[in-house]
Design a protein. Structure first.
Length: 233
């Protein structure tokens, strides 16, 4: 075969192949090979969809604050405050959610985050739900760019139950201290091994030794063995 003719045939085949691909790309539903750019776009779209699903289904409230408005919140955030997404996004500001006692501190910290003056970290605040009830939240926020402009992004968790338990414990301890203060007897806590675990400062004159010399010691360190054996524990 004439080499020149063979080369001409190859050139024609290449041109036909390019033309076929061009025609195919204009026909709906016609299967064509996806180029590198198209594959990258598809991968990015799938990644964004997965990220969106992760945020929407997170048990933690997620938010973005920009221009003093809630630019974005996820369903868990809205549920925590008792609002719908439509009632919050682009309409409410942090001031609408924070308890008046906390507003000054929250807005100052928010401004510092926007300016990059505060490192990312956690803070606890008192907030108000749509129905007027008060809850406690723990917030972890950081500065970021959102749609090309500075914003603050963060997560929050409802810690009301934990806060109430802490307050109940503090109140119980205060009542116990008040009870001890009104007593005139020596109050001593000794475990089953005979070790002094706690000594209330009620009437130190009734102790055989100063309380600091008793804590952590055993009955046998303080009394003769025959006497230590008879003491209750």
């Amino acid at each position: 075969m004439n080499p020149k003719k063979k080369s001409d045939n190859k050139s024609k085949t290449t041109k036909i192949g390019k033309l076929s691909a061009k025609v195919a790309s204009t026909q709906p539903g016609f299967p064509i090979e996806i180029g590198g750019d198209k594959q990258a776009e598809e991968a990015l779209r799938e990644s964004e969809e997965k990220f969106r699903m992760l945020i929407d289904n997170s048990v933690a409230g997620i938010y973005i604050i920009q221009d003093s408005k809630m630019a974005y919140v996820n369903p868990s955030f809205a549920k925590t405050f008792g609002y719908s997404l439509e009632e919050i996004i682009g309409k409410l500001s942090p001031r609408d959610l924070i308890h008046p006692d906390e507003i000054q501190a929250v807005m100052r910290r928010l401004g510092e985050r926007l300016e990059g003056e505060t490192e990312k970290g956690a803070s606890a605040y008192k907030v108000i739900k749509k129905d007027g009830s008060i809850i406690y939240i723990e917030v972890y926020g950081m500065q970021m760019d959102f749609q090309g402009r500075p914003a603050v992004m963060g997560t929050l968790m409802d810690i009301t139950a934990r806060k109430q338990a802490e307050e109940a414990l503090t109140s119980s301890e205060a009542e116990l201290r008040a009870l001890f203060a009104s007593m005139h007897d020596a109050v001593v806590v000794i475990d089953r091994a005979g070790v002094y675990r706690m000594i209330a400062p009620t009437n130190p004159d009734l102790l055989v030794k100063p309380s600091e010399d008793l804590l952590g010691k055993t009955l046998w360190d303080v009394f003769p063995p025959e006497q230590a054996e008879t003491l209750p524990r």
